[in-house]
Design a protein around this ligand. Structure first.
Ligand code: DC
Length: 242
């Protein structure tokens, strides 16, 4: 387990540039700080960042918009097959979160609501939805040096990724982070205890689903972020990449 005092990585850090095709896979449970860390790493190394959770959220938003029941797998699959999901780099308008477009409409804010957050987990357990999105993620990853974050990147999407990270933190710390994130996004109705309960439930579902469950790859580096600052996590991972 990594602590902020761990000195070894500073010693092995070199000044060499990372390869132009390096793949960095960052997995972990909800609220571990994956997207913040992944974006900073991608920015610093000049890599493309792909927020795969945002893609599952986009599909979920589309299902809700089309008033399709989350049990109606055939209708969901049809909808997903025809959806055009586009990710753009985050900016000030999106509080640095990836900007997400579906069929030409920007839905960056809409996919972060508690309603979508609740529905995305069961929806992402549908095998055909995963198959379709995983294929898109692999195609995006072929574009060059990339950082992908999600639940199954190191195990399923990019099992050959050179750098695999499993980023995690206690459920309480993760709930606090989500609480602050939602407040920043302007959600005043957010309640900490509900968030904590939702995170525990989502962990449970993401970890125990039959297909591509949340699991640390055998060759991943575990980083427990409870007592770490974001820049410590980022420099730790960058040291592994260079
Ligand atoms: O990282 P996030 O909270 O935005 O992810 C939203 C949901 O999508 C999460 O409950 C699990 C699912 N997900 C997944 O199953 N596989 C991924 N690669 C990314 C996310």
């Amino acid at each position: 387990m990594l602590t902020s005092e761990e000195p070894t990585l500073q010693k092995v850090k070199t000044t060499s540039s990372p390869s132009k095709t390096l793949k960095v896979a960052i997995d972990g449970p909800a609220g571990a700080g994956k997207s913040t860390v992944a974006k900073l790493i991608a920015d610093q190394l000049g890599f493309l960042y792909i927020d795969t959770g945002a893609m599952y959220r986009a599909v979920t938003w589309l299902v809700v918009q089309n008033e399709i029941s989350t049990n109606d797998e055939a209708a969901i699959i049809e909808l997903v097959r025809t959806a055009k999901i586009l990710l753009k780099p985050g900016d000030k308008t999106s509080h640095q979160l990836a900007r997400v477009f579906v069929n030409g409409k920007e839905i960056t804010k809409q996919i972060r609501t508690q309603e979508i957050t609740k529905l995305v987990s069961p929806l992402s357990a549908i095998p055909a939805v995963r198959a379709y999105l995983v294929e898109q993620q692999r195609n995006m990853a072929r574009q060059g040096a990339v950082v992908l974050d999600g639940r199954d990147i190191g195990t399923v999407v990019l099992p050959d990724a050179e750098i695999k990270i499993f980023l995690t933190a206690s459920a309480e710390v993760r709930a606090q982070r989500r609480f602050r994130e939602l407040k920043t996004l302007g959600d005043e109705s957010v309640d900490f205890d509900t968030l904590l309960k939702d995170i525990v439930e989502r962990d449970e579902r993401d970890t125990n689903r039959a297909i591509a469950p949340l699991r640390m790859a055998d060759d991943a580096v575990l980083i427990l972020t409870d007592n770490m600052k974001i820049d410590e996590v980022v420099s730790h991972i960058i040291a592994l990449c260079t």
